[in-house]
Design a protein around this ligand. Sequence first.
Ligand SMILES: NC(=O)c1ccc[n+]([C@@H]2O[C@H](COP(=O)([O-])OP(=O)(O)OC[C@H]3O[C@@H](n4cnc5c(N)ncnc54)[C@H](O)[C@@H]3O)[C@@H](O)[C@H]2O)c1
Ligand SMILES: Nc1ncnc2c1ncn2[C@@H]1O[C@H](COP(=O)(O)O)[C@@H](O)[C@H]1O
Ligand SMILES: O=P(O)(O)OP(=O)(O)O
Length: 264
Amino acid sequence: MIDLRFSEAELARRREHIQSFIRDAVNAAGADGAVLGLSGGIDSTTVANLAVAELGAKRVHGLVLPARVSSEENMSDAERVAVDLDIPYDVIEVEPIVDALLSAYPEAEGDHVAVGNARARTRAVLNYLVANHEDRLVLGTGNRSEAAVGYFTKYGDGAVDCHPIGNLYKQQVRQVASSLGVPDDLVEKTPTAGLWADQTDESELGIDYDTLDSILVSHIDGPLSARATSRLLEVDEETVDRVRSMYEASEHKRNAPPAPEPLE
Ligand SMILES: NC(=O)c1ccc[n+]([C@@H]2O[C@H](COP(=O)([O-])OP(=O)(O)OC[C@H]3O[C@@H](n4cnc5c(N)ncnc54)[C@H](O)[C@@H]3O)[C@@H](O)[C@H]2O)c1
Ligand SMILES: Nc1ncnc2c1ncn2[C@@H]1O[C@H](COP(=O)(O)O)[C@@H](O)[C@H]1O
Ligand SMILES: O=P(O)(O)OP(=O)(O)O
């Protein structure tokens, strides 16, 4: 697989670039700071660290939003991140809100994707409730690997004001996190969307992140054909084609919703 980690000099440059992106986004909006959801995962932990490094702890508000299916370990890690960074944070249970949605529309009961996505969208509503009230921006935590294959909930965790780590592949997120002093157990943790019990990104996607990143950088974001990518990485061409299919099928998630062309 391809090692996408940055050199020390490039790592410092990337960190500075992301931090100034956060500062510029907040300043351009005339906002007082930022809000983000803390899941105990490496993406939100990394964005929280970068935001605190740039804005200072008081201007970053963390939200820990447990659902019935959230693991104790993840929720206590999420609180640990907030405590270690010394940022203000709230813990708000999302399940009563999801239950209210399901009592309004019981037909969706048991549909783990629809209900899981409702959990992610409930979190988005709470992020914006706080952001509106405190005049802050909502920071996204999505990385390039997830965005490219549409591995996020449209208007759920995808509903944010900016994507600070949106250009980093998952391997690079881990490297940036380590360089910020994030503890190894968080850096090496198994990525999970946490939308239903025992969910992991790699099992749902059917591919590990190192392989996904390598296919993305070679073929989707890079110049190589599917065949050349398959040869270079020694993976089946069907796997490369499957990544391309996920990329194409999720185009709608990365763009603003279309309207018909104006008529003359
Ligand atoms: N980063 C993470 O770890 C993370 C977080 C949340 C969700 N997820 C994953 O993301 C996935 C979300 O589920 P999903 O993608 O089925 O639901 P989604 O709601 O994100 O997207 C599906 C919806 O998009 C719309 N849509 C579908 N095709 C379209 C098209 N061609 N043009 C315009 N709109 C279209 C429809 O409204 C459809 O209901 C799940 O696999 C979930 O596990 C991952
Ligand atoms: N339990 C959670 N509390 C707060 N924020 C959360 C929680 N779970 C997810 N989030 C936010 O959504 C993104 C994407 O989530 P994945 O765990 O990758 O699905 C995460 O980074 C948090 O910002
Ligand atoms: O988005 P996060 O923070 O939950 O990270 P991961 O996707 O690695 O679980």
